[in-house]
Structure formats: structure tokens, C-alpha cells
Design a protein around this ligand. Structure first.
Ligand SMILES: [Zn+2]
Length: 363
């Protein structure tokens, strides 16, 4: 194979090995060749840095001034392009709580983009969440899970709803988890006031992800360990961490990764429209948001309303706080691509190898 684009990299992370230098050949958005040393021909692109697999963001609402709830899909595509230009190989289309007919319309609008391979799936973050832990979700539209609504949303998505966040203590939540997992949907626990036992019950029924661990859930207490410890304790669960320095103390992020390992933790941006944009007024779903000093907060009440960092920002922040070396590099690649790709069951993402996706990021 000699066609396609030939990328020469100062350093290239392939599986667990760092090739320095290394090269990649990419054709039709797929890696068709790679190796150590100088490239076997004139390079199309030369990179002074470390080439790693493109990031996989499991939790994102928009970016670059655009939101995924925009009725005009050109804006959805612009947000996806914003993140792709910053190293994402895959960006989940996360939707916040909305009235039933609106949510159905949003799913119908986004499904063709997923089917076309422009995004890995739709993530419903709501409406089946706890009122007391709603964060930046509009409490007017929160409701207990209703089997008919679940079926209608899954049908509207025709297989493109990839993930659902649910509060397991709600009436009917465990049955909803059965319904969702039977349809192949990844069930995440979040925006919840569940206790340890309720969380464990949800994991036993098939929940496998913690939606932004710590944020939007009953906090860890030494006599009431709640969802946080139940999610950390269980090998079946991958925990999302918004490692942007705003949602979580950076020392907590590194400590959690040391405790559970990078194979069980995923960095997520939870980015909203203001990612990559100046401070000002924005929206998250139906709610008005003000961004000041890069922190997005609801105009009413001041709850943190999503992130303004990109996956690349989170990765950079993580590396700054880590000891230099290949171990930290391997960890951050797992956190930003390998582990989230595994959550989605995507063997073509999260690694650079012949046959994998050709999207890469540079560190
Ligand atoms: Zn979110």
C-alpha cells in the first residue's frame, strides 16, 4: 500500500510501545501502515511531538459556540468539527433533559449523523434523574423512567442511542436498566441521590459507567459512602472524570486513577457551547448560562453548567500534574481514548494499528 497520507512523527505511541521516530500511513480515514524509524517515502505531514490515538469523549454537549441541541444540524456538525480539529476521533452527542416531544425531535435529528459515522452515538443525560442532584438539568422536565417513553426514544434513534444516564433510586429505574441494556445501550449512573446499596443494585442489573463521578451525585461520606464508593468499588464500572481543574480537584483525579487504574477511568469534557469561546452568555438545553473566567454557571442559581475545556485541554492538564515518562503517557492515552473506546465497544478507536481509525492527536 503506497497511497494515502504519510505522517512522520518524532514519537508515535503504538499499542504500549513508543516508536521514536515512527510513521503512519492513513487512507480512507483508516491506518493502513505504520512502523518505526524514518517513513518509507516523502512524508505528507511531519509532526514534532508525540502522536497518540484520537481522543474519545463519552460526554459532550457542544463546542466552538455551537450546541448539539441546535435545530440546524449544521451547528451540530460545526461543534463536532471543532472537537475533531482538537484531536477527538469520536465525540458523543450528549443531550440534557428536555420535554418528551423535544427530546424525541432531537434524537430524530441526530440519528442520521451517527449512522453516517460522524459521531459514535447519542447520550441521553436525562430526563430520568434525581431532582436533588439535577445540577444544570432543567428540573421542570425531570421525570421517572416510563417504559413507553424509553421505547419511543430508542425507536426514534434506530440504534443510535448509545448511552443513557439514569438515577437508580427513581421508581422504575431498575426495570428501565433492563430495557436499555437489552437494547444494547450503555447505562450510566449519575445525577443521583442513591445510596450504596441502590447503586450496587443498578450495577447488578447492568449499569457499567459512572456519569462524571462526584459531580451531580450524593457525596462520599464516611458513614454513608453512597454512589461514589459503590461505583469505585466495582470492577464492572468505568468512571467518568471531568479533569478540567474546575469540576474536580486535580489531586482527586490522579488519586482516583491510581486507585482504580486507567483501564477503569475515562476523562470526559462535558463541554458545552462555550468550549473554545470567550466568556459571555450561552445556553445549555433550555437554561441560560454565564461563562466567567472560563467557568460555565447557570445564570439562575450558579450551578456549574458543563465544561469549557476540550479533551486536549484535559489531557494536557493531566500530564502537567503527572511525573514525566512513558507510564504517564500510557495512562493518559488509556484515560482519553482506550478506556472510553472500550465502553463503546469500538475496537477501531483508542489505538493506532493497521485497520484502526486514522484520527490521531498530538501531545
Ligand atoms: Zn453533561
Amino acid at each position: 500500500m503506497t497511497g494515502g497520507r504519510l505522517v512522520a512523527a518524532q514519537r508515535l505511541l503504538v499499542e504500549d510501545e513508543v516508536l521514536a521516530p515512527g510513521w503512519l500511513r492513513i487512507a480512507d480515514a483508516t491506518v493502513v501502515g505504520l512502523g518505526a524509524g524514518e517513513p518509507p517515502g516523502p512524508a505528507t505531514t511531519t509532526i514534532d511531538g508525540t502522536v497518540v490515538p484520537g481522543f474519545v469523549d463519552l460526554h459532550c454537549h457542544g463546542g466552538g459556540g455551537h450546541e448539539f441541541t441546535d435545530p440546524d444540524v449544521a451547528h451540530v456538525r460545526a461543534a463536532l468539527a471543532f472537537h475533531a480539529a482538537r484531536g477527538n476521533a469520536a465525540t458523543m452527542l450528549s443531550l440534557v433533559t428536555a420535554p418528551a416531544d423535544e427530546l424525541l425531535a432531537q434524537v430524530r435529528r441526530l440519528a442520521p449523523l451517527v449512522r453516517a459515522g460522524e459521531a459514535p452515538g447519542i447520550h441521553l443525560e436525562g430526563p430520568w434523574l434525581a431532582r436533588s442532584r439535577c445540577g444544570a438539568q432543567d428540573p421542570r422536565y425531570l421525570r421517572p423512567p416510563d417504559p413507553a417513553e424509553i421505547d419511543a426514544l430508542l425507536e426514534a434513534g434506530e440504534g443510535t442511542v448509545a448511552m443513557v444516564t439514569i438515577a437508580p433510586e427513581l421508581d422504575g429505574a431498575l426495570d428501565a436498566i433492563d430495557r436499555l441494556t437489552a437494547a444494547g445501550v450503555v447505562v450510566a449512573i449519575g445525577h443521583t441521590d442513591a445510596d450504596y446499596a441502590q447503586t450496587r443494585a443498578a450495577i447488578d442489573r447492568g449499569a457499567t459507567v459512572a456519569t462524571h463521578l462526584f459531580n451531580g451525585m450524593r457525596p462520599l461520606h464516611h458513614r454513608d459512602p453512597g454512589p461514589v464508593l459503590a461505583l469505585l468499588d466495582d470492577e464492572r464500572v468505568v468512571v467518568e472524570l471531568i479533569g478540567d481543574g474546575v469540576h474536580l480537584d486535580p489531586r482527586l483525579v490522579s488519586s482516583i486513577v491510581s486507585a482504580v487504574g486507567a483501564a477503569r477511568a475515562a476523562l470526559v469534557s462535558d463541554a458545552m457551547a462555550a468550549a473554545g469561546m470567550p466568556d459571555g452568555s450561552y445556553r445549555l438545553g433550555s437554561l441560560a448560562v454565564t461563562v466567567g473566567d472560563g467557568v460555565a454557571r447557570l445564570r439562575d442559581g450558579g450551578a456549574i453548567a458543563g465544561g469549557t475545556g476540550t479533551m486536549a485541554d484535559l489531557v494536557e492538564r493531566y500530564l502537567v500534574g503527572s511525573p514525566a515518562g512513558d507510564a504517564a503517557l500510557r495512562d493518559v492515552v488509556a484515560l482519553s481514548s482506550g478506556t472510553p473506546a472500550g465502553v463503546l465497544g469500538r475496537a477501531d478507536l483508542g489505538r493506532l494499528t493497521v485497520g484502526s481509525a486514522g484520527a490521531y492527536a498530538v501531545l
